[in-house]
Design a protein around this ligand. Structure first.
Ligand SMILES: Nc1ccc(Br)nc1
Length: 450
């Protein structure tokens, strides 16, 4: 605390009064709970990963779109008890509006499609990479934000759309050096469960809640699943039947139960047939237990998983043909996936596939004397004009400059000195000789002029 009483004022003494001694309290320099800073090396990896996402999106001729991270809360209010809607990062803004930091991308995409209406021609193939949020009690210490790559096809009702999206995933994994021995893609359809629920005369309005509960398979015990299903009104024998079919890994067995004309079976057969033609059959497998936890899926759903079973789902997606009508407009068939930036990096680390992304600088320019700042500036400007990345270094000892050049993998070290330096540094590969109004620099092999 300052010694307010004893400090003399300017009137009492010549010169400034002594600075009041106060205790400085430092702010918390950590980012908010559940969020991350990205240092340069983290950003190099993130940019590299996002560049892969962008390149795969380009290969499938998707166009990039973007949305605000802040959205109206109304976009995400759903009654199916999903985890994602129970962890909304929501608040009231200064205008009294109920808003959220978006927990996912798809509803924003649906909003934009509706907003564009007839001004866009279908099919739309859109992708984005954006930060998504959740407000989870930090008891579990999990992150509250991650970046998601989303690809969506709007306006295609046939399973060709799902086949294209899965092709995108396979291409991405292969580009990262991941093989089908490392990762698989489990595929099923909400229509499987739907057909079953109908055979047990479960009312349709319960379907979404059942899907959300069944998605917890593997996360909570079977007994807890059965208890939750019974609690929403599913009869015990229906629960037993559901759990039995959900264990199916064979389309043939599914067909035996649902019959050859079941829509779910036809969709899945078509998808697996297309997969043969794409050449990615070895990546995919039917698994009736895949339902995904988002209420709005209506058809095929899929998720990529690590075959060692150490990690959470790498990505997931599916068909959502009725999302738009929940926003009060006509439905347009749609499907898409979300691909987070965290699990994939954990997998790359597990597999030793994280690339060595070194910092790179073309040139370092170092004036050997303080009065050479001007000529050094000319050289820097000239080199940058030519598109070279230049790190201008000053007020350092030469030994530090050499180490720095190594650290940043500089292509060239350019020392700006006047003519007497040349004698001293002739052994150095690059020397600047400053002649009146023009600068020359040379390396062992050739002379460059400004
Ligand atoms: N939906 C969502 C948002 C943020 C994180 Br971290 N995980 C999932």
């Amino acid at each position: 605390a300052s010694r307010a009483s004893s400090i003399p004022t300017h009137d009492d003494v010549d010169g400034a009064a002594p600075i009041a001694v106060t205790e400085r309290t430092m702010i918390d320099v950590n980012p908010p709970r559940g969020t991350r800073d990205f240092l340069p090396e983290d950003m190099r990896l993130r940019n590299w990963l996002f560049q892969q996402f962008r390149e795969v999106s380009r290969l499938l001729s998707f166009e990039e779109v973007d949305f605000p991270v802040l959205e109206s809360e109304a976009l995400f209010i759903r009654k199916a008890g999903e985890e994602i809607t129970q962890q909304l990062y929501n608040f009231e803004d200064k205008g009294g509006r109920r808003v959220v930091l978006r927990p996912e991308i798809t509803p924003s995409l649906a909003r934009l499609v509706i907003k564009q209406g007839k001004s866009v021609s279908l099919p739309l193939k859109w992708f984005t990479i954006g930060q998504c949020w959740r407000y989870e009690r930090m008891t579990r210490g999990r992150r509250r934000e991650h970046y998601q790559w989303n690809m969506d096809i709007i306006g295609v009702s046939r399973v060709r759309a799902e086949a294209e999206l899965i092709h995108a995933l396979v291409i991405l994994f292969e580009r990262l050096g991941i093989t089908s021995a490392d990762v698989g893609i489990r595929i099923s359809s909400r229509k499987v469960l739907q057909a079953l629920l109908q055979t047990y005369s479960i009312p349709e309005h319960l379907f979404t809640e059942v899907f959300v509960i069944v998605d917890k398979l593997g996360k909570i015990t079977k007994e807890e699943i059965e208890k939750e299903l019974v609690s929403v009104g599913v009869s015990l024998d229906a629960v037993k039947g559901l759990v039995e079919v959900l264990s199916f890994k064979s389309l043939t067995r599914l067909e035996d139960v649902l019959g050859p004309n079941a829509e779910a079976v036809a969709d899945l057969k078509q998808l697996f047939s297309l997969a043969e033609n794409y050449g990615y059959s070895q990546w995919i497998q039917f698994d009736a237990s895949v339902v995904r936890g988002l209420a709005y899926y209506t058809g095929i759903v899929f998720e990529a998983f690590d075959k060692e079973g150490k990690l959470r789902a790498i990505c997931g997606g599916g068909r959502y043909d009725r999302l738009l009508s929940t926003f009060g407009t006509d439905d347009i068939p749609a499907c898409g996936f979300g691909f987070g930036d965290a699990v994939i990096v954990e997998l790359l680390k597990e597999k030793g596939l994280v690339p060595d992304l070194i910092r790179q600088v073309d040139d370092i320019v170092f004036p050997l004397d303080v009065e050479l700042e001007g000529p050094a500036s000319k050289i820097v400007a000239s080199l940058r004009q030519k598109g070279r990345s230049v790190d201008l270094v000053e007020d350092k000892r030469l030994k530090w400059v050499f180490k720095h050049a190594e650290r940043v993998n500089a292509g060239r070290l350019i020392l700006v000195g006047n003519s007497e330096w040349q004698r001293v540094y002739k052994r150095i590969s690059t020397i600047i000789v400053v002649h009146s109004d023009c600068c020359y620099y040379l390396t062992k092999n050739k002379m460059f002029s400004k």
